[in-house]
Design a protein around this ligand. Structure first.
Ligand SMILES: N[C@@H](CCC(=O)N[C@@H](CS)C(=O)NCC(=O)O)C(=O)O
Length: 224
C-alpha cells in the first residue's frame, strides 16, 4: 500500500470501501472540495477483514476502521471528522466545517450528535443486531445491545426531523459537514433496512434534496 507522490497526479491516498457509510462521508467531502484529481482511492475490503489485519492496524489505522487519509509524506489521518476538517481547510476557504468560531462550534456539535444519535448507533446495530460483516470478522456480537442502538437511531431520526422543521440544513442555513454525517447515517440505515419513519417528513424531504446534490448523487452508495 503506497501513496502516489507525483506533482500532476494524486497527492493523497484514501483507504476506502466505496459503498461504506463512513467512507462515503469523506468521498462527499472530496467532491465538495473538488479534490478528486488529487486523491487516489485504495480499496480495503471490509468483508474480507482487510481493515483488521495486523499490518493495517500497525501501519494505517490503530482503530481498524475506514476511511484513512494518507498524505504524500506518509502522514496518516483517520476519523471522518478529522479528515473532513483537513480537506476543508486545505484551500484556506472552509465551506464544510465553518469559517467563524460560532459556525465551527455548531457544525462540530451537530456532526458529533449525528454520529452519536444516528450513524454510530446504526453501526452498532449492524455489527451486533445483524450478521454484520460475517462470522470471520464479527468475533463478538451482543444482539441486545444492537437492538437498543437501532431504537436509539430511530429516536435520532425523529430528533433530526425536528431540527429540519425549523432550518434548511442540519447546522443551520448552510450545507456542512453535519449534513454529510447525517447522510452517512441514512446510507447506513438503508443498508440495514431501517426506514426513516414516515412521520419524519422534514427529514425525508431534506434527504431527497441531499441526494440530488452532485457530490452526493455521484457516490457509489447512491448509484444502482
Ligand atoms: N469513528 C470512525 C468510524 C469509522 C467506521 O466505523 N468505519 C466503518 C466503515 S463503513 C468500518 O471501518 N467498519 C468496520 C468495523 O468496524 O469493523 C470514523 O469516523 O471514521
Amino acid at each position: 500500500m503506497t501513496s502516489s507522490t507525483t506533482h500532476d497526479g494524486p497527492t493523497m491516498t484514501i483507504y476506502d470501501f466505496p459503498v461504506g457509510p463512513y467512507p462515503t462521508r469523506v468521498r462527499i467531502a472530496v467532491a465538495e472540495k473538488n479534490l478528486q484529481m488529487k486523491t487516489r482511492f485504495e480499496l480495503v475490503d471490509l468483508y474480507k477483514g482487510q481493515h483488521k489485519t495486523p499490518e493495517f492496524i500497525a501501519h494505517k489505522n490503530y482503530s481498524g476502521t475506514l476511511p484513512v487519509l494518507e498524505l504524500a509524506d506518509g502522514t496518516l489521518i483517520a476519523e471522518c471528522t478529522a479528515i473532513t476538517q483537513y480537506l476543508d481547510t486545505l484551500d484556506g476557504a472552509p465551506s464544510l466545517t465553518g469559517s467563524t468560531p460560532l459556525e465551527q462550534g455548531v457544525i462540530h456539535m451537530m456532526s458529533k450528535r449525528a454520529e452519536i444519535e444516528l450513524l454510530d448507533a446504526i453501526s452498532v446495530y449492524f455489527h451486533h443486531g445483524t450478521p454484520g460483516l460475517g462470522p470471520m470478522v464479527e468475533l463478538y456480537q451482543n444482539p441486545e445491545w444492537g437492538f437498543r442502538q437501532r431504537d436509539k437511531a430511530l429516536r435520532g431520526m425523529h430528533y433530526f426531523d425536528t431540527v429540519l422543521q425549523r432550518q434548511p440544513f442540519i447546522a443551520g442555513e448552510k450545507f456542512s459537514m453535519a449534513d454529510i454525517t447525517v447522510i452517512g447515517g441514512l446510507v447506513f440505515a438503508a443498508i440495514v433496512n431501517l426506514d426513516i419513519p414516515p412521520e419524519c417528513g422534514a427529514l425525508i424531504s431534506w434527504y431527497e434534496r441531499m441526494k440530488k446534490r452532485e457530490s452526493v448523487a455521484t457516490q457509489p452508495a447512491f448509484l444502482d
